[in-house]
Design a protein around this ligand. Structure first.
Ligand code: SF4
Ligand code: SF4
Length: 67
């Protein structure tokens, strides 16, 4: 399951989420210039990417086992 949902309509490709993910899980796709969560299974739902996004276009979907 992909815990980090990015709204690509709102995203401006600024790359802050890539810079600020403490696990280096987000990469900017060279072709689309948009962020991709490349290792979603390693995300620990810290929310740093969501909090730092200037366009408020990241949602964290908590799996039921984490609630
Ligand atoms: S929630 Fe945290 S660990 Fe997961 S992608 Fe965002 S910044 Fe990285
Ligand atoms: S921080 Fe937000 S606006 Fe910037 S690239 Fe990431 S998702 Fe897009």
């Amino acid at each position: 399951m992909q815990p980090v949902k990015i709204d690509y309509i709102r995203c401006n490709g600024c790359g802050l989420c890539e810079k600020n993910c403490p696990g280096d899980l987000i990469f900017m796709d060279e072709r689309t210039k948009m962020p991709v969560v490349r290792y979603p299974e390693e995300c620990w739902l810290c929310g740093a990417c969501r909090m730092d996004c200037p366009k408020d276009c990241i949602k964290i979907v908590f799996p039921l086992v984490a609630l």
